[in-house]
Every structure is written in structure tokens, then in C-alpha cells.
Design a protein around this ligand. Structure first.
Ligand code: BGC
Length: 698
């Protein structure tokens, strides 16, 4: 497209100052041109046209499907789309779901679930994941991916735990913003679900009650990180927040997100029932109703005509959507994108790397793992041969091929004799007793946890516990591979088992990665992004049937610290086949100003025999704060790779601003001039952490 064609296409007659290259060969308007173009388009739009842009349309007929612009053989549609306005060159919004991969009409790369990816503690890798999903969405003609999901895991029985990255706002922010950056190299990201969407059973009607300080400090900081990463859109959640539905909550959407955070994108409702009041939603700042205009459309027009919704709110919504559409949907949007890449070797390799880095070795007595010198191996459990990729709700991905755990083990077995069974306990015992070692694949699936339904229990189903106990009783070289999207309690079986590898739902390449870890080709390096309690009664009750839940600011490791409880496995925990030693903690200063920053350095040495990766975690605690604070909070982390005998100094910066608490009285973030404790180490466990102190000056 030459310059003249470009200007004609833009419809506004705006002279583009320059056309920088973005994405794969896409020409984009520069920011100033976009704003000018929107300004010139707005007066050309009738009220009906503006309102038509503010809701999706449901494709109802086969003819519409046929004319939707999808290529032949490419399924039957998008998760949601708008009409666009050809006359003025306004493109349609076309959405596909995430966050496990591009769902679910197409056969795309299926990644390990979000919770697994959280366990990598590797934002750079997560950016690559986002890039792959963004590419695949765009190659399929979509321009918006409904991901990342960054609701924090408040209670491990939340049905959608697997879609999120974990329980900690700092960690969620790092992972979610990295993913957003990756996706947005190709299409618009949609950060969901805004906000305090933490149960499934009553998700459409529950009123989440959260005081302002808890909201700002615990439930929102990770969303802000995604705004800073220039997320194009946010999805408002189904639940109510402090009374109104989240999408009708003016304080949340208009004040916090749009005004205080300066969000430049648009807000879309979650699908179908996220809003129920036209005037409240439009005035609160929801820009787009999906998947169709039940409360926008005609009702919105009537509300504007009656003066209940100002035209300015309509213009603002249209402006926000056009701004993002013009940024992303460039004239040559499809150029350079090919569906051949979808789930191809390059993309599968990213899924494999994530599966390798996300598996968490929780126990390894003996050590039983990695297996070596075996002649025979028994693999037990129906989950070993299931393509168990996680939930079957909106995050479902139909992958063209899946390496399940049994296949993965067989492919890596070489001369090793692999027997599979375990339909009955007696058969399982016999197979385990005969083999040199045994692997039991146990865990959960979409029936136990998923969208729309919370987990009923935190333990494994009784038949699986029986299987594990039988196998471990028959063969001491027993490793359990656990498949789940959240924390599992392990009463009655963990003590019997010498080795435990948490694979999560490991994606289309998961079986291969698990086998690589079992046989020692890959050294496990995942870390828990959530705490694992010993028993459910260590936690506060999960009120998933309640219509009103009061959320407090102490969940996960903060709760365990506050109550002095010992978890089964701490947040940030994960073993390796090598040994890491931490030492030489150093703080760049003993005193910093409120606008200053501190550099924390720590030495990590690989004192074992194989190369490995470790995650350095830096927590901060306050000494003598005037408000109640968690004992410690994660402030930063870094992954480091070390050969045997190698030692590295890892330096991490902590700005004083990150130590602030939200002061409700002054509605501002306050850094207290007090003493702070730095705690650095390989997990959040007290005995793992090196400590030092510094002061913030008044
Ligand atoms: C889910 C969203 C999803 C949307 C579209 C909703 O039910 O909560 O996460 O993006 O459906 O499938």
C-alpha cells in the first residue's frame, strides 16, 4: 500500500507523518494521527452507528458464518465480534479466547495452563507464550485475544485457578504484563476479569465486598501493571463489587481504571450476563457489551435520548475502541501471517519449554528421581493416557496433537520396558511389584475443577489415593506425577511416596516434558506460585455458595505467616536435581529516600553435579508500620541458570515506592519512613531466607 492508498484507506484524509513498521510487516498510524483520525471520524458517525460499535453481534445464520471472513476449513467463528463500519474504514473487533492457547474453534498450540506458567517465574518466557498466541490469533483473522486472566487465587478451590498465574499480586503483575506485551506484538490483549472474580459457583451474582485498602493493595496492583504494559482492553467481571456489578461500578471502571490509572484502552463486558443495567454500565465506563447488545443497542439509544447517558460517554467509548483498532488493525493486518505456523514446530517448542520449566519437584527422597539404571518401569493411573489439558470451559484449546504422559514416557524409554495398567488395585500392585520403578499419574481433570464450578474438595479422589498407596506399597521406587491446576492436599498418601512431581495441566507437549524430567534430561526448576496447605482447615472457609463474600487482605502465604501456620509446601518452593547455596546478601544502601531505590544482591552457587535453574525471590517485611501489614511480601524475583560449580551474583532493584501502603484517608500511596526487612532466598520458607534491614528516610 502506498501513501496515497493509505490515506484513502484511512478515510479521514489525515496526513500520516510517518508509517512505522509494527508486528509482521504492518504499517501503523502514529499516535497523533490516530487521535486526529478519530476526531475527524466522530462527527461523521450517526448515534445509531456509534451505538452499533458498542456491542457485539451474534452470528445466527449459516450465511453469516459463510460471509464472516473465515477461511474454509477453519471452524465456525469467533468468540465475539462487532460489525465495524466499512464506509469509514472502521474494522470489526474479532475476539478469540485464551489463555491456555487460542480457543477453541481452531486447532492451535495448547500451552500449559496459566498456573503452570506462573510456576516458571519466567516473565521473558511468558512474553514468548503471549507472542505465539497473538500470532496464532492474528493468523486466524482475529484481532483480540481474551487473555490474560490475572485474578489472584484467593482460595485454592476456585474452579478457574488454573487460568491464573497464582496468588501474589507482584508475581501476577509480572507474568500478566509480560504476556500482554507478547500478545500485543500481534493483536489486542484483553485483561480479565476486572475485578475480584474469585469464585465460580455464584460468579454471576455474588457481591464481593472489599475495603478500599485491600482492593488497592491485593486485588488490583497486577491489573495496573497490565495498564502500564499498554493493554488494549479490559474485561469486566460477572460478580458484583461492593454493591453494583463490577461493570456497573463507577468507582472501579471510570475512576480507578480510566481516571486514576490513565488506561487508554476500552472495557468490554464478560459474556452475556456481566451487566444488567444500561444506564449504570454506560455511565460507569463500560465501552462494549459482548457478545451482543442486550443492555446496549436499542436500550442504550433510548437512554441517550432520555438524557440518562450523556453523548460524551458514547463518544468516549467509540474513541477508546477506535484508538485501539487503529493501533492494531493496520491496513495490511494479514500480511506475513500464515496458518501453517499454527501449532507448528516453533510454537510447540515454546509449549515444550514452558512444560519443562513449570513442573515443580515437590519431594525426592532417595533420590528416586531422575530414574537411572532401570530395566523396567510400570506406569499406572488412567490420567497417564488421557489428553488431560485442563478445563473444558472458555479456556479450552483443541490441539492438533497431544503427547500424554504415557506416550511421553514410551517415547523416551529407549530400551526400558514400560508396562501400563492399574485398572484394578490388584493389577496395579502386581505391575508395580514386578517393575524396577513405578510412576503413578494422579490428579484432577475438567470434571473436578473448571469454569462455572468450584472444586468440592481439596484432596484427590479416593480411588486415586488407593492407587498411589498400593503402588508405593509394592515398590519403593515410586514417583507420583500430579496433574492439577491448583493446590491439592495430600493427607494419607504423601508420606508413603518418596517422589512427587507436580506437572499441572502441562499442555500438548506436556508428556514429553514430564518424561524428560523423570529421566533426567531436564532438571526441574518450577516453583509454586501458590501455597499448598496441609489440610483445608488451615485456610479460611471458601464461601463459594454465598451471595456475599467479605474479602480480607491476608490470603495464601500472607495468611499462613499471619496465623503462624506451617504449610505442606510453601509459596515459591520447588526442588531441583542439583543443590543451590544462597549467601552474601548485600544491600546497596542502609538508608534510602522515599523516591530512592535499593539494590539487593545475593550470591547463588550450584554446588551439585548437574546444571540447573533457580528462582531468586526477594521479600520485604515492615518493622513498626502504623498499619497492619503482612509479615512479608514478594517484591521481586529472577531466574538464574547455573552450571555445576558455578556461582553468580544476582542483583535486583526495589524502588522505595514498592514499599508503599494505600492510605484510605488521603486516598494515596504512602511510603512509611520506617525500617524494612529484606528476605532473599529460594522460597518463602523462613529457614530458606537470608535477612538484612534498611531504612526509608522521612
Ligand atoms: C468467561 C470469559 C471468556 C468469555 C468468552 C466467559 O464466560 O468468563 O473468560 O473470555 O466467556 O468465552
Amino acid at each position: 500500500m502506498n501513501r496515497r492508498e493509505f490515506i484513502a484507506w484511512s478515510g479521514a484524509g489525515v496526513v500520516a507523518a510517518s508509517l512505522p513498521k509494527l508486528g509482521v510487516g504492518a504499517a501503523a498510524l502514529v499516535e497523533g494521527d490516530i487521535e486526529a483520525r478519530i476526531k475527524s471520524i466522530l462527527p461523521q458517525l450517526s448515534l445509531d452507528e456509534k451505538i452499533s460499535l458498542m456491542s457485539g453481534v451474534l452470528r445466527k445464520t449459516l450465511k453469516e458464518i459463510a460471509t464472516s471472513g473465515l477461511r474454509r476449513g477453519q471452524g465456525h467463528g469467533y468468540t465475539g465480534y462487532t460489525v465495524g463500519i466499512k464506509r469509514l474504514g472502521i474494522p470489526q473487533i474479532k475476539c478469540l479466547d485464551g489463555p491456555r492457547g487460542v480457543g477453541f474453534f481452531y486447532r492451535t498450540t495448547c500451552f500449559p495452563v496459566g498456573m503452570a506458567r506462573g510456576a516458571t517465574f519466567d516473565p521473558d518466557l511468558e512474553e514468548k507464550v503471549g507472542e505465539v498466541m497473538g500470532y496464532e490469533a492474528r493468523a486466524l483473522g482475529a484481532n483480540m485475544l481474551l487473555a490474560p486472566c490475572i485474578n489472584l487465587l484467593w482460595h485454592p478451590r476456585w474452579g478457574r485457578a488454573q487460568e491464573s498465574y497464582g496468588e501474589d499480586p507482584q508475581h501476577l503483575g509480572a507474568m500478566g504484563s509480560a504476556f500482554t506485551r507478547g500478545v500485543q506484538k500481534h493483536v489486542m490483549a484483553c485483561v480479565k476479569h476486572f475485578a475480584v472474580n474469585n469464585v465460580e459457583d455464584t460468579r454471576m451474582k455474588v457481591d464481593a465486598r472489599v475495603d478500599e485498602r485491600t482492593l488497592q493493595e491485593v486485588f488490583l496492583p497486577h491489573f495496573l501493571r497490565c495498564v502500564e504494559a499498554k493493554a488494549a482492553s479490559f474485561m469486566s467481571s460477572y460478580n458484583h463489587l461492593n454493591g453494583p456489578k463490577a461493570g456497573q461500578n463507577r468507582r472501579l471502571v471510570r475512576e480507578i481504571l480510566k481516571q486514576e490509572w490513565g488506561f487508554e484502552g476500552f472495557v468490554v463486558t464478560d459474556w452475556i450476563t456481566a451487566i444488567d443495567n444500561t444506564i449504570e454500565a454506560a455511565n460507569a465506563g463500560v465501552d462494549l457489551e459482548m457478545p451482543e447488545g442486550r443492555f446496549y443497542g436499542k436500550k442504550l439509544k433510548a437512554a441517550v435520548k432520555a438524557g440518562q447517558v450523556p453523548v460524551a460517554a458514547i463518544d468516549e467509548a467509540v474513541t477508546r475502541m477506535l484508538r485501539q483498532l487503529f493501533r492494531f488493525v493496520t491496513p495490511d493486518f494479514e500480511k506475513g501471517y500464515t496458518q501453517k505456523e499454527i501449532a507448528g514446530p516453533k510454537h510447540a517448542a515454546v509449549a515444550r519449554e514452558v512444560a519443562q520449566k513449570s513442573a515443580v519437584l515437590l519431594k525426592n527422597q532417595g533420590p528416586v528421581l531422575p530414574f537411572s539404571g532401570l530395566k523396567s518401569l510400570a506406569v499406572l493411573g488412567r490420567l497417564a493416557k488421557e489428553d488431560n489439558l485442563g478445563d473444558h470451559g472458555s479456556s479450552r484449546v483443541s490441539s492438533p496433537r497431544v503427547i500424554n504422559i504415557l506416550d511421553g514416557i514410551k517415547q523416551k524409554a529407549g530400551g526400558l520396558q514400560v508396562s501400563y495398567g492399574g485398572e484394578s488395585i490388584s493389577e496395579a500392585k502386581a505391575l508395580a511389584a514386578k517393575a524396577d520403578a513405578v510412576v503413578v499419574v494422579a490428579g484432577l481433570g475438567f470434571k473436578e475443577e473448571g469454569e462455572g464450578h468450584d472444586r468440592e474438595a481439596m484432596g484427590l479422589p479416593p480411588d486415586q489415593i488407593e492407587l498411589i498407596r498400593a503402588a508405593a506399597g509394592a515398590n519403593r521406587k515410586c514417583a507420583v506425577v500430579l496433574v492439577a491446576g491448583s493446590a491439592v492436599t495430600m493427607e494419607g498418601w504423601l508420606d508413603e511416596v518418596p517422589a512427587l512431581l507436580l506437572a499441572w495441566y502441562p499442555g500438548m507437549e506436556g508428556g514429553a516434558a514430564v518424561a524428560e524430567i523423570l529421566f533426567g534430561e531436564v532438571n526441574p526448576s518450577g516453583k509454586l506460585p501458590i501455597i499448598f496447605p496441609k489440610r483445608e482447615d488451615q485456610l479460611f472457609p471458601f464461601e463459594n455458595k454465598a451471595l456475599k463474600i467479605v474479602y480480607h487482605g491476608f490470603h495464601g502465604y500472607r495468611w499462613f505467616d499471619d496465623k503462624n501456620l506451617e504449610p505442606l509446601f510453601p509459596f515459591g518452593f520447588g526442588l531441583s536435581y542439583t543443590e543451590f547455596k544462597f549467601g552474601g546478601l548485600q544491600l546497596s544502601e542502609k538508608e534510602i529516600s522515599k523516591s530512592g531505590k535499593l539494590t539487593v544482591s545475593v550470591e547463588v552457587a550450584n554446588t551439585g553435579k548437574v546444571a540447573g535453574e533457580e528462582v531468586v525471590q526477594v521479600y520485604v517485611g515492615c518493622v513498626g508500620s502504623k498499619v497492619s501489614r503482612p509479615k512479608k511480601e514478594l517484591k521481586a524475583f529472577a531466574r538464574v541458570k547455573l552450571d555445576p560449580g558455578e556461582k553468580k551474583t544476582v542483583s535486583i532493584e526495589i524502588p522505595a515506592q514498592d514499599l508503599a501502603f494505600y492510605d484510605v484517608a488521603s486516598t494515596s500511596w504512602v511510603v512509611e519512613p520506617i525500617e524494612y526487612q529484606i528476605l532473599a532466598g529460594p522460597s518463602s520458607r523462613e529457614s530458606d531466607l537470608l535477612k538484612d534491614r534498611f531504612k526509608v528516610l522521612s
